[in-house]
Every structure is written in C-alpha cells, then in structure tokens.
Design a protein around this ligand. Structure first.
Ligand SMILES: NC(=O)c1ccc[n+]([C@@H]2O[C@H](COP(=O)([O-])OP(=O)(O)OC[C@H]3O[C@@H](n4cnc5c(N)ncnc54)[C@H](OP(=O)(O)O)[C@@H]3O)[C@@H](O)[C@H]2O)c1
Length: 345
C-alpha cells in the first residue's frame, strides 16, 4: 500500500517520501480502516523535524493522525465495526496517511452522514478537541465572550464555530486580512489582526474592559502573557496548542501572573482511553473513552442542524503532503488541509 513516510528527521520536503509498504495487521481491540481521506496536523511538522511533540517516533514512520474511511478488518472485540464508514484517530497518532491505517476502538466513530469523506476527515480532530476544551473543560456559557487565538488554524476554525453555536460572543486573533475575513465568516464578531492591531486594546474595547471569559489559545509562545492580560475576572484560559513555541509549551510560565489575574488555566488533551499508572507517571491523564461517544453525539447534532461545518483550505494528494506541511509551518494555510487518497500520489 502507499504511505507517506518520514525516512529521517529534517525539513519535510527533504525527508518525506511516498513509499510502498505492507498493509498493517489489526490488533485486539482495534480496527483497520481503508482510508479515503486523511488530515494534515501542525503536530506532524515537529514529528517530521524531530522536534517536541506529544507523541514522538524514530524514523522511518508513517505520518497521519486522523482519517475517514471504511473498516475492512477488526481485532477481537471490535468486530461490530466491520464495513462501517468511520472517522478515527490513529493508533499513537501515526499511520493515517496511507491506504490503510490502524485505530483503537475508543478512537473510532461513525462518520457523520451529512459530511463527505474529505469533510469527515477534516471534522474529527479539530471539533472533538475544541468541544472538549470549550464545553467539558472550560464550561463556556451563552453570552460569555470567547477569544480564539489562532482563529484561522484548523482548530481555530472549529472553535469559532462551536463558540458561536453555543451563543458566545467570539473574538478571533489571526494574521492578515484574508484570515480575519474567514474568522468573521465562521462567526467571529471581531477579528483582531495580530500583524497590525494591539490585541489587548482591541479585546478590552470590545468587552467594555471586562476581557474574555474563555480563551482558547492555539498559539502559545511569547504572546502568552499578553493573551493572559485579556482574560476576564474568573475567566478560563485553555492552553490547547503551541504553534509559536519551539519547545511545544514545555517552557515554564510565571504562575504568579495567573494568581494576579484571578483566572484559571484549564488543560485539555484529545485522547480517549483509560488512564494507566504508567501514563499518569508521565503526567498524562487522558479523557475517559465514554466521553468520546458523548462528544461525538453532541457534535453530530450540530452538524445535522447546520451549525458547524469543517472548513477545508486545501485538498491534496499523498505526494503533496511534504509541501503542505511547509505551508502550515510558514503560515500559508487557512483551515484544514486534507489528503484525498483517490488522487494519484
Ligand atoms: N490539546 C490537544 O489535545 C490538541 C489536539 C490537537 C491539536 N492541538 C494543537 O493545536 C494547535 C493547532 O493545530 P492546527 O493543526 O489547527 O494548526 P494549523 O492549522 O497548522 O495552524 C497554522 C496557523 O498557526 C498560526 N501560527 C502562530 N504561530 C505560528 C508559528 N510560529 N508558525 C506557524 N504558524 C503559526 C498561523 O496563523 P496566523 O498567521 O493567523 O498567526 C498559522 O497559519 C497545534 O499546536 C496542535 O499541536 C492540541
């Protein structure tokens, strides 16, 4: 089968090859998906370059965290999934950009019938992550103000829509006019251009100097403390992503500023699985698997109502993944990039 392989760590266009590799075997409690579409994630860049990512691997390995396709094989205990059209997060977040990919059942869901395969592949990871963040973790309320930092990113385009669907006043931060326009189209009342605007001044002016009740930050890095000044009294700050941080958020931040700001820092991790002691020892506490179905059902309802729809910036072939990763790295993308397996590599 065809697979997008990282053959050594380095610049995507120099170390990624489309190779022919054996079809993987299923394991107990897991399924194999005949992949029709797979999504590109910012985290793939660090994996490729050998930078800091939540899950890392030594080359050679196949990229691809999330897919849409049909289950063509199932391990013991997962037989009920055979033949179903699904969206899935791949085992250890690798292997999706290939003709077949493995996934544990706790990360496999029926694909929403309203979405075609490309849209369904674009839907899963951004909407599940930001739903967990806004609703289960930050408990966003109608009428509250939500600030989405990195509004035109894949996850940002989902967070804006979920915020608007929840009846929140959404403010987005993005770089440049086109990205701002996209954020407004998706439901942001205000799009702040971080290339030309003062983020603090704009947020304060828009919120009668209250600040944002919930902040969904997909960027982190040097701007974090400025973003913290935008959080309302008793607000919730969600450090969801770290696009502007080569240390991927592992650098320290002055907690005194959280204390002075009277707000909460609320973590979120998209990983549906039972917590093991081994994981806990490394500080990883995943979301209980049953929550995944709950979130998927709530999102499915919003899709059916037309309240949310994944925003696809580009549809590419397997052979275009390396260049697409560099485009994500250079901020040249909007929304999600999806690999269409029906296109010749
Ligand atoms: N917590 C979780 O469970 C979880 C799950 C999934 C993803 N994530 C994280 O969520 C974040 C967003 O992922 P994504 O796939 O949505 O990202 P993406 O679509 O690739 O985002 C790209 C955008 O990020 C912004 N950005 C800010 N600083 C940047 C920098 N130094 N270099 C490149 N881009 C920068 C740029 O927008 P502007 O030009 O507008 O600034 C750029 O266009 C990632 O950090 C990812 O690891 C977390």
């Amino acid at each position: 089968m065809r697979a997008v392989r990282v053959v050594r760590h380095g610049r995507p266009t120099e170390v990624i090859e489309v190779q022919d590799i054996p079809v993987p075997d299923v394991e107990p409690g897991g399924v194999r998906v005949a992949v029709s579409a797979a999504a590109v994630n910012f985290g793939d860049i660090a994996r490729c370059r050998g930078g800091i990512a939540s899950v890392m691997a030594q080359p050679p390995f196949t990229l691809g965290m999330d897919v849409c396709g049909v289950v063509d094989a199932a391990g013991a205990g997962a037989e009920e999934w055979i033949g179903r059209r699904v969206v899935a997060m791949c085992a250890l977040s690798f292997g999706g950009m290939a003709d077949a990919a493995l996934a544990p059942v706790s990360s496999v869901f029926d694909a929403p019938s309203e979405l075609d395969d490309i849209e369904a592949a674009a839907f899963l990871l951004p909407f599940h992550t930001t739903y967990l963040a806004l609703h289960l973790r930050a408990k966003l309320q109608p009428g509250e103000t939500l600030l989405v930092v990195g509004g035109a990113s894949s996850l940002g385009t989902a967070a804006i829509q979920l915020g608007a669907a929840a009846g929140a006043h959404v403010i987005a931060v993005a770089g440049g006019r086109e990205k701002g326009e996209l954020c407004r189209k998706l439901g942001a009342e205000l799009a702040i251009d971080h290339l030309s605007d003062d983020i603090f001044e704009q947020v304060m002016a828009h919120t009668d100097e209250r600040g944002a009740d919930v902040v969904c930050d997909l960027v982190g890095g040097p701007g974090t403390e400025t973003i913290w000044t935008c959080v309302a009294y008793e607000g919730r700050y969600l450090p969801v992503g770290f696009n502007d941080d080569p240390e991927s958020g592992f650098t320290g931040r002055p907690l005194r500023k959280v204390s002075m700001g009277n707000f909460s820092v609320v973590g979120v991790l998209l990983a549906y699985m039972p917590a093991s002691l081994g994981m806990r020892q490394f500080g990883v506490v995943p979301t209980p698997p049953e929550r995944g179905e709950e979130v998927h059902a709530a999102l499915g309802k919003l899709v059916a109502e037309g309240a949310i729809r994944p925003f696809i910036g580009r549809r590419i072939s397997l052979g275009q993944v390396a260049a697409a990763l560099e485009d994500h790295e250079q901020r040249r993308t909007r929304g999600r990039t999806v690999v269409d397996l029906s296109l010749p590599a």
